[in-house]
Every structure is written in C-alpha cells, then in structure tokens.
Design a protein around this ligand. Structure first.
Ligand SMILES: [Zn+2]
Length: 1202
C-alpha cells in the first residue's frame, strides 16, 4: 500500500469536519465556554469523527510496543506506541461533585485524556517529563503529580489502578533516565519550549479567552495560556501532516484537518500572515519529512532500528546503509564519521537522492544485518530500552570492531579481496560488495585497467549506479579492526544536522600573530574549500582530490567575522586553531561568507552551546574561565560576542548567560586574566592560548567602551545611566551640593576638555577625587556632555513635544503629558533624565547654601539639555517643571524619597567628619571586599551606595558567591587594619561608606564568619546588668602623648558601663573586687564609649604580655585622637570585654534578632573556610592552638568558669 497516496486521499476527502467539539467542555476551562457556537456553518455534527481514530494502534491489551502501523495518515501520531489506554474517571472540576469519564492514553511523551476513544484531539496533555510522581490515594484513585499541578483519576478496579500506576511510573522513570543524557532535548515533550517556530496568544473562535498557540516542528500545540505553555501542560496538539491552512478574512484563518476545523483570528493582518506562514511551514515540514521516511520504511526491515529494534527509526548511517533510531544515531555519531556517517531522514533532506533511497531499499537493514549482525550473542544484543552505555558498547563492537560480522572467505587476503571487489561492482550484488568492503577490500584499489582504474570507475562503466553510490559513501570508511586503540574519540550524543558546505574562498597563508595590518588582495590565493564530516579542507582547485591542507573542527578554538573592508576582500573571516595559528579567508560576497561562518560555527561549537549560534556574533569560540564558587579550577566555556553583549555558555549550566559589556563595573587585564566585574559576579577569562586570547581581549575591551556620541552608546551603569553622567553626579553629590553657584559658575576650559575626553575614552576607569578635580570643572563637564550629545537627551524627534508640553496651562494635564513623553523615550534616555532631575532636585534642596534654586538651575540646564542658544526660555520651563513636579512625574514613592533623604544626611555628615582630614575621596564608590581572606581570587568589587549597611554588604558578597547564610553562622564584615595587626567586625547596621572613606591604604574589608559571636551572645544573655569591670593590662601609645611614659603594659582596673570606660590606677583593696567606687575615688582616665573604636589584636612589635588584646582608638568631637592597648589574661575575658563593648556601643543590639534567637547548638566550623576571626595575632604556636580550641569550646564552660 502506498502510504503517501493514502495520506493524500485522506487529506482530499476532508468530509466536512466538525468545527467545534468536545474540546470545549474541558473541565478546567469551564468558564471559557459560555460563548455559544452560534451561527457557524452547518458542519456542526459529529460527522467524520468516527471515521478515523487515533487510537487505532492500540492493541486490545492496551500496551503494544511494536504497533508496526505505518499507515500514512496517522503515522507521526503513532510514531510513539501507546503504552496504555482506557477509561478513567477524572476528578471533578472545582465546585462540582460529578466525576467525568475520560478516555486516557499514555505514550512515551504524553499522558492525554479525551472525551471519547474516538477523539483525535485531547482535552488535556501532560508531558511525561513533567510528571514527578504517581501516587495512590485510595478508592481506586490515583494522582499524577507534576511540579505545579496534580491530576486525580479513578479507575474501575484496584487492579486497573495499579496497572495504570505501574505503567505511568515506568514511563516516568524511563524518561528520567533518558533525561540525564542530552537526547531528551530532542524529544518533543520538552522540546517545544526551545523549538517553537512561532508562539503567542491567538483567538480560537468559540473561546472566550485567547489560547496560547505554539507552532513547533510538525505540530501545533494549544495551551490555555502562556503560563501553561511554560509548564508544558496543554490542551491538545495538531499533527500538521493532516493540516491545511486557509485564509478566511482579514484577520481570520482556518486550520482544517480531517477531524476538525480550527478557526483562528489574529490581532492584525500582519499577525495573521505570520501565523499562516508558520503553520504552512509546519505542514511543509511534516509532509516532506515523511516523504523520505515513507519511502525507506516501505521495506519492512527498515521500519525498525537496525541496532536496537525500536520502531519508526528516522535516522540512518548512509555508508553502512542502516536505518536507525534517534538514540542509536546519537551513539553512532560517537563512533566518528570514518566509521558511520549519520544523517536524518527528516532533517538532512538534501542528502536523500533517489539513488541513495533506492540503495537503502535494496540494501537496508535486512542485508546489512545479515553481514554486521551475523553472530550476535543474545546476551550482547540491545533493545529499545537499553541505556546509552550499553548501546555504545554494542555499536563499538558491531561497527568499529566488526565483532559480529560474517567474515568473507577471502578475509586476510588483500589482493584477492581487491580483485573480487573489482569483479563484483560490475554486477548488481550489493551484499557481496558490502561484505568485501567491510572485510578489507580497498575501495580505491587499482583495478589493473588504466581506463577504469578504480572499482568506482568499473561500476560506472558497467552502469551499476547503486554500486557506485555505495562505494562513494565508503571511499574513506575505516575498516573494522578487532584491536581497537584506546584513543577515546570525542563523544557527542546530541544529534545535529550534519554540516556540509563547499565553494571557492580566498585564503592567505596561516599566521602566528593577529592580522592587524590590512592584507591586500594579492596576498590571498583562490582555493576550493569543502567542509565535510568535521573536516575543512582546501584544494588547489575543484578538480583536485588531494587537499593542500585541512583544519579539523575539533582543533578550532575561535571563529571571527571581520568588519567589511578590513582587508583587500570586502568580507573576511578568521579561524583560530589550538596550535596558535590563524587562517584568514575572504570573498567579495557577504552572503557566501555568512554561510561559511554559519557552517563552520555549527560544526565546531559544542552542541551543548548551540544556542550561541542564534546570535549575530562577530566572534565565537571556547575559552578557559573561572567564576562562581570554584575559583580554584579553570573550566571551559563557550563564548559569543555580538555587539556589546558577551554570551556565555558555562560548563555546568544548561542555559546561556549574557554579560552586558557596556554595563560592567570593571574590566581589566590582570596578568593572563581578563577580569569582568558585574554587579552579581566576577568572571575571569584566562589566556590559555595567546593568539585567540589577545583577539578576545581587544574585542571585549572595544565592545565595553563607548562607541559613539549618543546616550545608549556610552558605558552604562546597572540602571542604564551613562557612567559619565553617573560619575559626575556622584562627585557633585559628594563634594558640590553646598558649593556656591554650582552649575552656574564656569570651570577651567582646558580641564573640562581633558576630563570629558578622559571620561569618553573609558569612564569606568576615571575616579574623580576631591583636590584633584574642581567641583566647577566637573559640573561643566557634565553640562558639556549633554550639550554635545548626539540626538540630545530628549531626542531630536521628540524635543519639540517636550517644549510644547511646557505651554500647557492645566497643571494636571501638563504633568500627564510629561509622563507620557517620558515613557516614550528610549530606556537609556529615560533613566538619564530621571537621574539628572533627581540630582537637580537635590541641588536645589541646598539652595540656601549654593544659591541655585530651581529657576537658576533651569536657566542653566534648559539650553544645555535642549541644545539651544538660550534666547528662548521654553527649555528652561521644561526643566523647571520636571524639578518642581519631580515626585509626580517620575512616580517617586515615599520610601525612595526617604532613602534619598538618608543618603543626603549621610553625605553631609561625612563631609563634616571628613573636612578636616582632607583625604576624602569622592565618587570613588567601588570598593574591593574580600571573602574570607585577602587574596586575589577572593576579591569582590562592590559599588557602595551611601546608605549601604555592613549587613547589606555581607549579604551582597555572599549572594554573589551563592553562599547561603545558615542559622548560627555569624557572617560579618570586618575592617582589617594590617598596620596595627588588628581587626574590627562592623556592626550590622553600620554604614559602610564612611568607613571606606576613612580606610587607610593598609586597611581593607573582608566578609567572614564571626566565630565567637555565638559565645558572646550567650555571655551577654547570661549576665546581669550592663557593665563589666576588672583588671586589664594597659599601654598608651607613646608617640601620641609624647610624655615619655613607660612603654610597657601595666595593670589597671577598668569599669565599662553604658556611657563610659573608666580607668583606675589602683584598687584600694584587692579583696574588694567589686569596687564601691564612690565619687572620692576618681578615675585616672575616662572616655565616653561613643568615641571609642575597639579592634581585636595588638601588633606584635609592642610585645603584649598575652595574646588576648585590643587596640582602642579614641577620637572626640574636636578630632583629638588617642590610641592605646588593652590586654586580658584569658581568652574568655577578652571575649567578655569585647561582648560588653559591642553591647554598650550598640544599645544592646549586637546581632540582628532573627539570627540570635536560635543558639541552642554551636556553629559548625566549616573546614573549607580557613579563616578564624578573633584569633590573637600574637603568641606561640601552642597558645594559638589553645585559643582556637577555646573558641570552639562548649559554651557551657563559659558559665562554669565564671
Ligand atoms: Zn536503535
């Protein structure tokens, strides 16, 4: 029977199918159906429904693996045998108690249910891959559980229920097992998400709400909505091999199938055109696909995989002449093209010439297996369910080692084999040729006849075209060898359409350095180039058979398209290979070059990273990188650079990630590493090979820089504001808010010019510093940037509209007009307007001091932003409006306002504090913070806003490195002073920026666990009162006092309470440890607690008597400073003193309450984290060890000792 004809007949018949049917009574969609199907045509009967049922392949037992049905029409639908089908009760929809009878069908991909067994289109399909579990719930009921939904069914009997559960569970397990290899990417169930040709909401007549429709490959899927699409759970799918698309009216079109007409309506004619085109494509694909397969499957033996027996195999090895299933094809690919050339019956349409199809019908699985599988021990055979390892082992034995083949009687006798081959190829005995070739006869042996020197020539002369075809495909085939070398070939189990491409290209000799100079046409020579089975070869001309040279795809590390006219040829591309060579190719044909680049990229980029190919990349390749958690070991990633985005496919990720190069916080070359700092991560790209790496560095640096004079071409901040603008605003905010006549006073022209030039070149690197840069220079730089801006801030197209808006009299209307105009600006312009107006709003807030009220600012900024001469005040009006109505126009909420207010307060405070020191840096907000210890690889670069607290910084760092803060882990930010060999944990609510500004060059911030925190909290909770007193050894910093005091440590008595730390020279009675220190007993010294900063540790140079010491800094309101040292006798005392300091300085709030609630058990010390805080910085090894032990000790000892 001719399947194709049958299908045509069916398509032609189309017996007035029903237009709407049971699809609409879907329980979960019940609210959608109120709309009656009203006045549609008379095709309203069930006619045609029963003529063809999709359940035909279902055997009576309900579970036949080999349905064997190849009848045309339902062929694709039945590619997957039905594992089980039957009637089940489906749980009632919400608000109803009546169970609904459903015909339920399970195949390898989907669990579907229907109104009746005659229905073709389901009411619901659930991909097997999305099922996580099947559970019994009593009363013959069971649940099918997916990640987001649960479907309950009731069977007729327990036995039936159990059978359903068993089958379902088995399918789910199988899919899970499969899911672990990459084959699953190509399974339809979860492939729809990636492979959608077109998707979107679309109206299906009769439905109240739009459905979400997806055209993917040969199917059209209907989902209730986009969310369901994402979850994979849909209503039904339509096999397009039976589909036909018909225009109905301007926006409507019908998808007709023999079973039903789906009447869609798009939002616009444009949309409709796209849908119609996508569906027609899908039909074409479905039909042409089956053509080759149908022809090849017409031979019975070709309907099952030659290797494992799986039904409907749609792949083939064209040299071995076997038809194989998708999973076996994956393993075939792993054997390499010299052993088996894998092609798809469906995708590689060009390969399938009439001749090749004929060869497959003559030779095919039956004849091939008589040879290759003549002696397969049953224990070694595989079946459709075999795992991939098993499969691989079998296929290596079968085709690479030839272990099961039928040996030719002439095996081992080369001369005789060759002679026999020359004789056989002139006959039609293909089986004999196959046997000879794969037992060692040489396809290119000399026949002895100079006129027809090879077997191919002989076959041609004899008119044996099938023999020729067979020999051609096996010209370079590797003959099985039993002793297989240990060389593991690269194994890809993913199947991509094989890439073949050829044509003339011009090439230069290969180079060992970058082609930075223009190569003239004369330096190129014309070569015939072919890309075939993962080898790119170039020949003197298209008649030559021996290539001048070859590039293996696996050697390629990078592929680059050069901008037009870089060299003598209009279009050129470069290929970099592992051994540090560079090949340059050119042609005056952009389209041809594009095709070459695509083909080469497709064949060398790892299938895993295939997604990268979808970008219009200028550079693609693999590189070593470090990033994320494992900085110790470099990994291999695939990268593609397209304009200013670097797309990356990291080793352990299955999705590409995009780095927006213009938005990097930092980009620098450190040794052999290119360091890319983003807000949430730092990526190190390593220069494994010099040549391609230097190309990448230059390209990334270029892409990360500003590329023109419009806003969007600048380096950008996270919030889409040009870095230039951000830097200037930051600086003015830090140093210029209160500066007299800010933005009105002019700066020094030469300085403004050079500053703007510097910022334009690489704004990210520019750090504006007080003292080095004048406020008025910076403010004028910002103005000049806006004045010279290409296209202007409000865009040339719209700026007249803005000016018109200023004239609107009605306030409300005007504001709404501004809001509208704002929303229609490009993203970067909008963000910049907001940032600037926000800034000006703050500037006018200080008009008391800077004399710049809104009006004055508007006079300056109107002409600047609108790039006018200033004669007309309209631009000024706009600026004035924007500032006056800042809160309304930009929808600034209360919280944001408060945050800004805080920030201003913080800045002002800092200015007061910093004004005397004069060392303050402004605008320099990016700070290096270490994680756990100070070393390059633990570096994190963080932008510190004025409001950021130590806790926020800690979370930011942990978040970047994906470290979860567990309970009873006291991660804190520490200020480490290397010169003093002391460190201080910042209080969680402490603002970081002021600390940063005060940090000396020998100080840094590190985020690590505060290991003693738990013990300190226990101590604080257990004691009575707020104070602590006792003896400590005391030493003053002599330099500061300069009074020649003794340099040693001396016993002193201390009392620390909520307000003061007091020092007493003597304690009157040694028995009287609790000092009743009446007024007469005056302290020798007394310091307010709020003026103290307490650091743990004392520098070794001072020879502290114990290793439990503090360094204390004192600074009062008059900026008088003192520094001295305290030493405790025991580690426990140190901890208690320190805890009390923290307690009194922070009003008892030592740790955020959530974390401190739980303190029943001790912190587990993670051995991975080598850094222990609070370890005394001096002491012999023993003391150090003891101290570490003490910190980890049972907290109860604390109480006991006390
Ligand atoms: Zn197979």
């Amino acid at each position: 029977m001719n399947d194709k004809d049958d299908a045509e007949a069916m398509r032609g018949r189309r017996p007035c199918p029903e237009r709407l049917n049971s699809l609409f009574s879907e329980d979960e969609l019940i609210e959608d159906y109120y709309q009656p199907p009203a006045n549609d045509s008379g095709c309203w009967t069930d006619y045609g429904l029963s003529t063809l049922q999709s359940s035909r392949a279902l055997s009576s037992s309900g579970s036949s693996m080999h349905s064997g049905s190849v009848e045309g029409l339902d062929a694709p639908a039945q590619l997957l045998p039905v594992m089980k089908a039957g009637w089940l009760d489906k749980n009632p929809p919400q608000g109803s108690y009546i169970y609904q009878k459903r015909w339920v069908k399970l195949d390898a991909d989907y669990l579907r249910y229907f109104d009746s067994e005659k229905d073709t289109y389901s009411k619901r399909f659930i991909p097997v891959t999305s099922i996580t579990r099947v559970a019994s719930i009593g009363d013959q009921k069971f649940e099918v559980i997916t990640n987001n939904r649960t479907f309950a069914f009731r069977a007729e009997s327990d036995a039936d229920r159990n059978e359903w559960m068993r089958t379902l569970q088995q399918m789910v397990d199988e899919r899970k097992a499969k899911g672990s290899d990459r084959m699953s990417l190509f399974q339809p169930a979860n492939g729809t998400l990636d492979s959608a040709d077109k998707s979107g909401p679309l109206e299906l007549r009769g439905f109240k709400n739009k459905l979400y429709v997806v055209v993917a490959g040969e199917k059209v899927f209907l989902y209730k909505n986009a969310e369901d699409y994402r979850l994979g759970i849909g209503i039904t799918y339509i096999e397009m091999n039976v589909g036909n698309v018909k225009d109905v009216d301007r926006r409507g079109f019908d998808l007709t199938t023999p079973y039903r007409i789906f009447s869609f309506s798009a939002d616009s004619d444009q949309e409709k055109e796209e849908w119609v085109e996508a569906m027609q494509q899908s039909i074409a694909e479905a039909l042409s696909n089956s053509e080759v397969a149908q022809q090849i499957w017409s031979v019975e033996a070709n309907r099952f995989c030659a290797d494992c027996g799986a039904p409907k195999p749609d792949w083939a090895s064209i040299n071995l002449c076997v038809v194989i299933c998708k999973r076996c094809a994956g393993e075939h690919r792993g054997l390499g093209p010299s052993i088996t050339k894998v092609r798809s019956l469906k995708m590689d349409r060009k390969v399938w010439t009439e001749l090749l199809i004929e060869l497959f019908c003559q030779l095919g699985n039956s004849v091939a297996n008589q040879f290759w599988a003549a002696n397969v021990p049953p224990s070694e055979a595989i079946n459709p369910a075999s795992g991939s390892q098993e499969r691989r082992r079998f296929l290596v034995a079968k085709y690479k080692e030839g272990k099961y083949r039928r040996y030719h009687p002439l095996f081992g006798n080369q001369e005789e084999l060759n002679k026999a081959l020359c004789a056989t190829v002139t006959t039609s005995d293909l089986a004999e040729t196959q046997s000879l070739v794969f037992c060692g006869a040489e396809v290119s042996c000399f026949s002895g006849d100079p006129d027809f020197p090879t077997p191919i020539a002989l076959a041609e002369q004899a008119g044996q075209r099938l023999q020729m075809e067979f020999l051609l495909h096996n010209k370079n085939s590797e003959i099985p060898r039993v002793e297989v070398g240990s060389v593991e070939e690269k194994h890809y189990s993913v199947i991509l359409p094989s890439v073949t491409h050829n044509g003339f290209l011009y090439k230069t000799p290969s180079m060992a350095k970058l082609a930075n100079e223009r190569k003239s046409r004369e330096e190129f020579s014309r070569r015939w180039c072919t890309l075939n089975d993962s080898v790119f070869s170039y020949y003197e001309n298209d008649r030559n058979t021996v290539p001048n040279g070859e590039i293996k795809m696996e050697e390629i590390v990078c592929l680059v398209t050069k901008p037009p006219d870089t060299h003598g040829f209009e279009n050129t591309f470069e290929v970099f290979i592992e051994s540090e060579r560079l090949y340059l190719f050119g042609l005056d044909n952009a389209e041809a070059i594009r095709k070459w680049v695509k083909s080469i990229a497709k064949s060398f980029v790892h299938p895993h990273a295939e997604e990268l190919l979808s970008h219009d990349f200028e550079r693609i390749g693999r590189l070593q990188y470090k990033g994320g958690l494992s900085l110790e070991q470099a990994k291999e990633g695939w990268f593609a650079l397209a304009q200013s985005t670097l797309y990356a496919f990291f080793e352990d990720s299955d999705k590409e990630e995009a780095l927006h190069l213009k938005k990097l916080q930092e980009l620098s070359l450190q040794g052999d590493n290119l360091v890319l700092v983003e807000r949430r991560r730092t990526l190190y790209i390593q220069g494994e090979r010099k040549l391609d790496f230097s190309g990448w560095v230059a390209a990334i640096q270029k892409a990360a820089g500003s590329s023109g004079d419009t806003l969007s071409e600048q380096q950008l901040t996270e919030s889409d504001v040009p870095v230039i603008v951000d830097r200037c605003i930051d600086y003015i905010t830090q140093c210029g808010l209160t500066s007299d006549g800010i933005y009105r006073k002019s700066g020094q022209n030469s300085k403004i010019t050079s500053l703007l030039e510097m910022l334009r070149k690489d704004a990210r690197r520019v750090r504006l510093k007080e003292g080095e840069h004048q406020v008025d220079d910076v403010s004028n730089t910002l103005k000049r940037f806006f004045r010279d801006l290409g296209d202007g801030l409000f865009t040339k197209e719209c700026c007249q509209d803005w000016l018109k808006a200023a004239a609107i009299e009605d306030e409300e209307e005007k504001i709404s007009r501004y809001r509208h105009l704002l929303s229609s600006l490009p993203v970067v312009n909008r963000a910049t307007v907001k940032a600037l107006i926000n800034h000006l709003y703050r500037v006018q807030y200080f008009s008391d001091m800077n004399q710049m009220n809104t009006h004055n600012l508007a006079i300056v900024f109107g002409p600047t932003l609108f790039q006018t001469d200033g004669k007309d005040y309209k631009p000024g009006l706009v600026v004035e409006d924007l500032i006056n109505h800042y809160v309304l126009i930009f929808s600034v909420d209360e919280q944001e306002m408060r945050k800004q207010q805080d920030e201003i307060t913080a800045i002002l405070k800092m200015r007061v504090a910093g004004s005397s020191s004069g060392t303050q840096q402004a605008g320099d907000f990016i700070c290096t913070v270490y994680l756990e210890e100070k070393k390059t690889e633990a570096e994190q670069h963080v932008k510190i806003p004025a409001t950021m607290t130590a806790d926020e910084l800690t979370f930011e760092i942990l978040d970047r490195r994906k470290i979860l803060m567990k309970e009873k882990e006291y991660w804190s930010c520490f200020e480490v002073n290397e010169r003093e060999e002391a460190e201080r944990p910042l209080h969680h609510a402490e603002k970081v920026l002021p600390i940063l500004h005060c940090l000396g060059t020998d100080s840094y911030l590190v985020v690590k666990k505060q290991l003693s925190m738990e013990n300190m909290l226990i101590y604080l909770a257990s004691r009575v009162g707020d104070s602590k007193h006792g003896m400590m050894k005391f030493r003053e910093e002599r330099n500061l006092l300069g009074l020649g005091l003794s340099t040693g440590f001396h016993d002193r008595y201390f009392i620390l309470n909520r307000s003061c730390l007091r020092l007493y020279k003597e304690v009157r009675s040694s028995k009287q440890r609790i000092p009743v220190l009446e007024n007469s007993h005056r302290p020798e010294k007394e310091w307010p607690v709020k003026n103290l900063k307490v650091y743990l540790g004392i520098k070794k140079k001072l020879r502290p008597p114990t290793c439990w010491g503090f360094t204390v800094f004192f600074e009062n309101e008059k900026h008088e400073k003192q520094q001295w040292y305290l030493c405790c006798d025991t580690q426990m005392e140190l901890r208690e003193w320190f805890a009390t300091f923290l307690h009194v300085q922070n009003g008892g709030n030592v740790w955020p309450s959530e974390s401190s609630k739980v303190r029943a058990s001790r912190t587990q010390h993670d051995s991975r984290l080598g850094n222990i805080s609070l370890i005394p910085l001096r002491g012999n090894e023993n003391e150090m060890r003891n101290s570490v032990a003490a910190f980890a000790a049972d907290p109860l000892t604390l109480l006991r000792d006390a």
